[in-house]
Every structure is written in structure tokens, then in C-alpha cells.
Design a protein around this ligand. Structure first.
Ligand SMILES: Nc1nc2c(ncn2[C@@H]2O[C@H](COP(=O)(O)OP(=O)(O)OP(=O)(O)O)[C@@H](O)[C@H]2O)c(=O)[nH]1
Ligand SMILES: [Mg+2]
Length: 197
């Protein structure tokens, strides 16, 4: 059993129904279901990602907080952002409103985290035909918020692994030496402590 060298909490956010829970399940269990089960509050899981970093191959563990995106959970969400190190910000490419609402999500997350954090922007459901947002709009917005963007489909599995690898890499590249597990100053690792895989 090898131990992850870094542990980070990430939040997966975006409007209800865009595919957040589906993406986490696709990545962790390689399954997909057409059923929509609203996430009530939050669901947790963890993923360990191998990064080809400047210290050589490195294991990064992400503690994933998949937040319920429906409006009715907006009063409980603030407490879930505490100590998050990064965000997976998702919208549905066939749903214009889910794209237009992205600034609200960044605002909600970063105001509760207390500072800005690395973001991976995910345009999900690219398998569907009725795209409502042009690629250049996505590109422009990603550039505006300083994020990488990924076109993905949980249904076909396209690029879903990449979402979690990219956020792991972004956090690793943005790391402070003190966030390495086992270092003297572990207070800023997030709330999860040392982990083994
Ligand atoms: N066609 C298609 N459908 C998808 C894709 N990803 C998710 N879905 C469907 O979209 C619906 C909502 O997916 P969820 O993953 O539950 O959405 P969510 O973002 O977790 O929603 P909340 O928990 O309410 O915030 C489900 O019916 C999924 O089957 C995709 O890539 N393509
Ligand atoms: Mg969900």
C-alpha cells in the first residue's frame, strides 16, 4: 500500500442536473445511469491520482465533495466549502442557464473558501446534439477565470478521467511545500489528515 504524498479537498459544483454526481461515479466506478437522483446536500468520495510532477511520479489524493446544485440547498452549501483547495466547475453544454450561472458558483465557492483556488471548467454532455453554447464562448470564459476547460461526456466517458487528473495536477502545481503529508506543518492540508491507499 502506497501513501498519497498530497491530500486535497475539492468541491464539484454547478447547477442541478449538469452531471456532477454522474462524473464522480464514472470516474470512481466506471458506471453511468440515465436516472437523475438529486444530491441532497453533499456526497463524499476520494480519488487517488498519479501525477507526473517535478518530483517524479507522485500520488495525489483528492477528497471529493460533490455538492447538491439545486437551489433549495443553497443555504446549506456554504459550510461544505471549508478548506477546499480546488473546484471542478461544471455546466451542461445543452443548457444555457447552467453556463450563465457559472459566475454565481465561483462567487459562492470562493467567498466561503475565503480566497481564489484553482478551477477546472467542465462542459458536460457533449454527446448530445443540441449544444446551446459555442466553444469560443467556453474558451473565452475559461480564459477570463484563468481556468483550463474540458469538453466531456459522462455518458460516453469522454474526458472524464482527464477532469480529475487535471484538477489533481493543478493542485499539485499550485502546492506549498508545507502541504506535503508528513511535513511539520500539516495544518493547511485541509481537514482530512494523512491517508493511505
Ligand atoms: N446525455 C448525457 N446525460 C448525462 C451526462 N451526464 C449526466 N447525465 C444525466 O444528467 C442527469 C443528472 O445527472 P447528475 O449527475 O445526477 O447531476 P448533478 O449535477 O449531480 O445534479 P444535482 O445532484 O441535483 O446537483 C442524469 O439523468 C444523468 O444520467 C452526459 O454526459 N450525457
Ligand atoms: Mg448530484
Amino acid at each position: 500500500m502506497k501513501e498519497a504524498a498530497y491530500i486535497y479537498k475539492i468541491c464539484v459544483i454547478g447547477n442541478g442536473g449538469v452531471g456532477k454526481t454522474s462524473a464522480v461515479k464514472r470516474y470512481s466506478k466506471d458506471v453511468f445511469s440515465e436516472d437523475y437522483q438529486v444530491t441532497v446536500g453533499v456526497q463524499h468520495s476520494s480519488q487517488t491520482i498519479k501525477i507526473e510532477g517535478d518530483e517524479g511520479p507522485t500520488l495525489v489524493k483528492t477528497i471529493v465533495w460533490d455538492l447538491g446544485g439545486q437551489d433549495k440547498f443553497k443555504f446549506v452549501r456554504p459550510m461544505f466549502y471549508r478548506a477546499a483547495r480546488g473546484l471542478v466547475l461544471m455546466f451542461d453544454i445543452t443548457d444555457k442557464k447552467s453556463f450563465e450561472d457559472l459566475p454565481k458558483w465561483i462567487q459562492e465557492a470562493e467567498s466561503n473558501i475565503g480566497h481564489s483556488v484553482p478551477i477546472i471548467l467542465v462542459a458536460n454532455k457533449v454527446d448530445l446534439d443540441n449544444h446551446a453554447i459555442e466553444i469560443h464562448e467556453i474558451e473565452r470564459y475559461a480564459e477570463f477565470i484563468g481556468a483550463e476547460y474540458i469538453l466531456a461526456s459522462v455518458k460516453t466517458g469522454e474526458n472524464i478521467d482527464n477532469v480529475f487528473v487535471k484538477i489533481g495536477e493543478a493542485l499539485y502545481n499550485n502546492r506549498e511545500p508545507s502541504t506535503r503529508t508528513g511535513s511539520e506543518n500539516v495544518s493547511c492540508i485541509s481537514t482530512v489528515g494523512r491517508a493511505s491507499i
